[in-house]
Design a protein around this ligand. Structure first.
Ligand SMILES: Cc1cc2nc3c(=O)[nH]c(=O)nc-3n(C[C@H](O)[C@H](O)[C@H](O)COP(=O)(O)OP(=O)(O)OC[C@H]3O[C@@H](n4cnc5c(N)ncnc54)[C@H](O)[C@@H]3O)c2cc1C
Length: 502
């Protein structure tokens, strides 16, 4: 808890209120810590990245406690993906249910309008006590003697302000510059040097049920298309083309997109009776270039990078939000463990970085082979098993990897159990957090209102100590360490702990 770091106004400051930032902020605040989240824009704001994986929906959202709200939002249910890809001339489909880890009711994800999804997560952060300020960009990372200890930001009146914190998380996405303070380099992929051109259509055709909510991905000579059914009427359509084809996206973007659609018979057929949305947030045709990269460092004392601020790999398997929310979970565990006084920062964050890099590497290696279009789908399935080393059939390994549940992480596919244990051990704490969060006054510039009341703060600290004592050293018994001297997850999913002796 915060006692050991009395000179800091906050235990954690987060830059960015996308899925990565909201998730890490909530998971740390849910342990009773003081968290400030600064977001440059005003929500709802547009973002690309609409096709989710089951690991986000049934793992992270369940752990956060927004799964019911997600269900009520009425997002399109995605049972898997349909591909016109490789040597097979006919589209082929995979379902998440093929993965042994997702058997049963969790074998689906959602296609989401990010304006709605990101707002659900940000509002949830507010409800669990995070102090959220929109329209407030972080402008500078503060550091001394090799340690980051806060940020400078511009408040809504345009004044420069300082927030001191024990930890700073950069979750400001691909465009931010704050990641430079980590001290490493951002390395762009030579392999995935692609350009995406995307827009929205109404009235597009749907795949036949039960796959009508699937993402449809279709390869064509210049690259590939995504076709994502966001609702019964609205479809997100994007072309991803190789860098050498850049001339095709110059000039009028609408003409360029329509010409590319004309090159891809399957997508042209699906859009034959559709019209492009021409106004509102979906009226613009947008371009993104060179968007696959990885930073050489993910953390340094006092600071870590998560989500697109750390790394991103080509969107063909819709892994961006999964990597953002999974890295947020890993970072939250490291922060919670250090703040609880159970472990040093280096050990806790080495675990964060090792697990995050492994997840990124699995997708990166797999995607390189997936871009070989001269093979049949069975070859992609085989590659998925090779990359993950999973002891299952090739097709099962493929479904497990592309569902985001290939890591040895019960939290991502059995979150119901983990969430129940978390609720059991921390119900008093979270009740208190909810009560005080409800009293939060918007726009307060200084201390988190959560800790403005000394008695409550004390009660929460004691409750968290009891909780940690109950959990210390316990694991769910399933997880193995990733490297020698590595850590395992506590049974509540919120901390790291040392593995029991063999
Ligand atoms: C073409 C394309 C297609 C994609 N399709 C998919 C898909 O189908 N499925 C999928 O899962 N992913 C997809 N992605 C990836 C997805 O968009 C990202 O991985 C995801 O949005 C990352 O979340 P994040 O929270 O890290 O960053 P973001 O969602 O970008 O959020 C970062 C936030 O930080 C804020 N910010 C920026 N600078 C500052 C600052 N200085 N101070 C404070 N706040 C700041 C921004 O306003 C923003 O709200 C796609 C990406 C591309 C390029």
């Amino acid at each position: 808890m915060s006692g050991a770091h009395g000179t800091h106004a906050y235990d954690l400051v987060v830059a960015g209120g996308g899925p990565a930032g909201s998730t890490v902020a909530s998971l740390v605040a849910m342990q009773g810590h003081r968290v400030l989240l600064l977001e440059k824009e005003h929500f709802p704001r547009y973002q690309i990245g609409e096709s989710l994986l089951p690991s986000t929906v049934h793992g992270i959202c369940r752990l956060l406690g927004v799964d019911d709200e997600m269900e009520r939002a009425g997002f399109t249910v995605k049972r898997g993906g349909t591909f016109r890809w490789g040597t097979n001339p006919a589209p082929w489909t995979f379902t998440f249910a093929l993965s042994p880890r997702l058997a049963g009711p969790t074998a689906y994800a959602y296609q989401v309008e990010r304006m709605k999804f990101d707002t659900i997560l940000l509002n949830h952060a507010r409800r669990v006590g995070v102090q959220v300020r929109e329209g407030t960009p972080v402008s500078k990372v503060l550091q001394s003697e090799g340690t980051v200890h806060g940020v400078e930001y511009i408040d809504q009146r345009g004044r420069a302000q300082t927030a001191r914190a024990r930890f700073f998380i950069d979750a400001s996405g691909h465009r931010g510059r704050l990641h430079r303070a980590i001290g490493g380099l951002r390395r762009y992929s030579e392999f995935f040097r692609n350009i995406a051109l995307f827009g929205y259509f109404e009235g597009g055709k749907r795949l036949p049920p039960p796959n009508s909510g699937n993402i449809l991905s279709a390869a064509f000579d210049s690259g590939w298309f995504w076709y994502i059914p966001l609702s019964q009427h609205l479809t997100s359509v994007g072309a991803v083309i190789r860098h050498e084809m850049a001339a095709k996206v110059r000039g009028d973007p609408e003409q360029a997109l329509l010409a590319l659609i004309g090159e891809c018979p399957l997508v042209a057929e699906y859009l034959a009776d559709a019209h492009r949305v021409a106004d509102g947030p979906y009226g613009q045709i947008r371009v993104r270039k060179d968007y696959s990269y990885c930073n050489t460092a993910f953390w340094r004392p006092g600071m870590a990078l998560i989500g697109d601020a750390a790394c991103f790999v080509d969107p063909v398997f819709s892994t961006g939000v999964h990597l953002a929310t999974y890295s947020a979970l890993l970072a939250a565990r490291s922060i919670n463990t250090v703040l609880a006084g159970h472990m040093g920062e280096r050990r806790a964050f080495q675990e964060f970085e090792a697990r995050y890099r492994r997840e990124f590497r699995h997708f990166y290696e797999f995607l390189v082979s997936f871009y070989d279009l001269h093979v049949a789908e069975s070859s992609y399935f085989w590659e998925a098993r090779k990359v993950t080393g999973l002891p299952s059939s090739d097709a099962e390994a493929f479904a497990t990897l592309v569902a985001g549940v290939a890591s040895d992480e019960a939290t991502l596919h059995e979150a119901g159990d983990v969430a129940a244990r978390l609720a059991q051990t921390s119900s008093g704490l979270s009740r208190a957090v909810h009560q005080v969060a409800a009293q939060t006054k918007a726009g307060e510039e200084d201390m988190s209102p959560l800790f403005a009341q000394p008695t409550l703060g004390q009660a929460m600290r004691e409750s968290a100590v009891i909780q940690r004592q109950a959990l210390a050293g316990t694991t769910d018994g399933q997880e193995s360490v990733l490297f020698e001297g590595g850590l395992v997850t506590s049974s509540d999913g919120m901390h790291w702990t040392t593995p029991p002796p063999q």
